[in-house]
Design a binder for this molecule. Structure first.
Ligand code: ATP
Ligand code: MN
Length: 463
């Protein structure tokens, strides 16, 4: 007999009945009676299960007993029209193999408590839930959509390093990378002697690929990075990870207006891609966690983002009757509560905030004529707050150097970067989109730990 090849469940559910088929996967549920069992099988290819109908008389008792929630099996049989399963087709089992049993007495998914918090403590099971299946498929689709978007626009995917020399960027607290023996640190004048370290200098994990990205953009025009980013932020918030993924486009000859236009078009196109390609999973998440998810996603693709200056934003917040935990005045770095007030209560749509006080923004942002503000832009989203941070970059060598000095930063460590302004400098802009913040928005999940398979947060790196 010709050997049958396995077909994935997603395919099977779209297949005309009548054929002999084979499916492999994990048992979600088994119900039925003494004569016949109905098994819901899932293989991760879709949120939907395929139903398997097994007449118990056709199989060994031990096989039927071994088919419990979580067990892995292979089934061969005829694909037939289904009346009761909620799907068009089901499999009438002829052969059943159990690959791995799953003891119902000890398998934790049997327990009532399958809260997202609890799942974070059970690695093997977490990813097998419907919720994480949906999240992982959406995450994958979004990663693909990002590459597709930039590829179609002619951007170059630039790989920036994960290990960098420290104190170059100032975007957040950094994780140090060293091969020094921490029990016997070589000392020089009372300080660790990094000339003995692997790179001969103190090095850290990157907090942003931007500076290297600017070198790419001022060489080949338009680039984007998409990779892991590390910040040793000790804040345990639902929006921060110690290891997250960031997308950082950087474009020569773009001013701040071009930058904002790209950011808005980019996010809208990603959300549209999700609505067109991930609807089964989005529907599931909409039903289970967030009843207004689909509505919110659709609305973002249809509305123009509100553009408003930081100064105007502060005025709106000051004049609001809202009680904020952090008081508002010109000069503060906006907190998530402020950002969400502007987005959710005041404007009722995504907001792009621009022209921030230079004191709260990085050294590389282009300075405005007023001497007080810089040409930065933050895209603020409902439920999340800041999802994108970007700016036009300072292209004047003199202004850039002056700013670096003012901030007491070391020019010496930045010469490789400053050279872009020395030799053929151009107006240019860019931004950073936090991949997991995007996923929070697209999945409607409320904790950033639940949109990444293996979250890294303070005191948590086991799996
Ligand atoms: P926040 O103020 O929310 O901490 P930030 O201003 O420090 O963010 P940027 O340096 O502007 O962040 O980084 C660009 C983008 O990267 C942010 O808009 C956000 O989407 C994302 N991001 C920043 N820090 C984190 C983090 N710790 N975990 C996940 N995403 C992050
Ligand atoms: Mn920011």
């Amino acid at each position: 007999m010709e050997t049958l090849k396995r077909t994935k469940v997603k395919e099977l559910l779209k297949t005309e009945p009548g054929k002999q088929v084979q499916a492999k996967g994990w048992v979600r549920t088994k119900r039925g009676n003494k004569q016949v069992k109905f098994i819901a099988l899932n293989d991760g290819s879709t949120i939907n299960n395929i139903q398997i109908v097994a007449n118990t008389g056709d199989f060994d008792d031990s096989i039927i007993k071994g088919i419990t929630t979580g067990a892995s099996i292979c089934v061969t049989g005829k694909l037939v029209p289904s009346i009761g399963s909620g799907q068009a087709v089901e499999i009438l089992a002829e052969e059943l193999t159990v690959y791995g049993e799953c003891n119902p007495m000890t398998y934790p998914l049997q327990k009532k408590d399958t809260s997202l918090e609890y799942l974070r403590t059970v690695a093997h099971m977490r990813l097998r839930t419907n919720t994480f299946g949906a999240v992982l498929r959406i995450r994958n689709a979004m990663a693909f959509a990002i590459h597709k978007y930039f590829n179609e626009k002619g951007f170059i995917y630039l790989h920036t390093p994960l290990i960098t020399e420290s104190d170059a960027e100032g975007a957040g607290d950094m994780f140090q990378v060293t091969t020094l023996d921490l029990n016997h640190i070589p000392m020089h004048n009372g300080k660790p002697d990094f000339s003995k370290d692997f790179f001969g200098k103190k090095t850290c994990l990157t907090v942003s690929g931007q500076l290297e990205g600017e070198l790419g953009a001022t060489a080949v025009g338009e680039i984007y990075t998409f990779g892991p980013t590390f910040r040793a932020e000790n804040s345990n918030t639902p929006r921060h990870l110690a290891e997250f993924w960031m997308i950082e486009p950087e474009m020569a000859f773009y001013d701040i207006e071009d930058d904002m236009e790209l950011a808005e078009d980019f996010i809208k196109s990603l959300v549209r891609y999700a609505l067109e390609n991930c609807m089964d999973d989005i529907k599931f998440l909409n039903e289970k966690y967030d009843g207004s998810l689909i509505e919110r996603l659709e609305s973002v693709t249809e509305t123009g983002f509100q553009r408003v200056t930081y100064t105007e934003g502060i005025r709106i917040l000051e004049e609001s009757k809202e009680k904020f935990e952090f008081p508002v005045h010109w000069g503060i770095d906006l907190q998530s509560e402020h950002e969400r007030y502007l987005v959710e209560k005041h404007f009722g749509k995504p907001v792009i905030l621009t022209d921030f006080p230079k004191e709260i923004k990085a050294f590389y942002m282009k300075q405005n004529e007023d001497g007080k503000t810089v040409r930065g832009m933050d895209v603020l989203f409902p439920k999340i707050g800041e999802i994108i941070g970007g700016s036009e970059r300072e292209s004047s060598l003199e202004k850039l150097e002056t700013r670096i000095d003012e901030l007491g930063m070391s020019r010496k460590n930045l010469e490789w970067y400053i050279d872009t302004r020395r030799f053929g400098t151009v107006p240019h802009s860019g931004f950073g989109l936090g991949f997991e913040r995007l996923l929070l928005f697209v999945t409607g999940m409320s904790n950033i730990r639940d949109v990444i398979p293996f979250p890294r947060t303070p005191r948590n790196a086991e799996f």
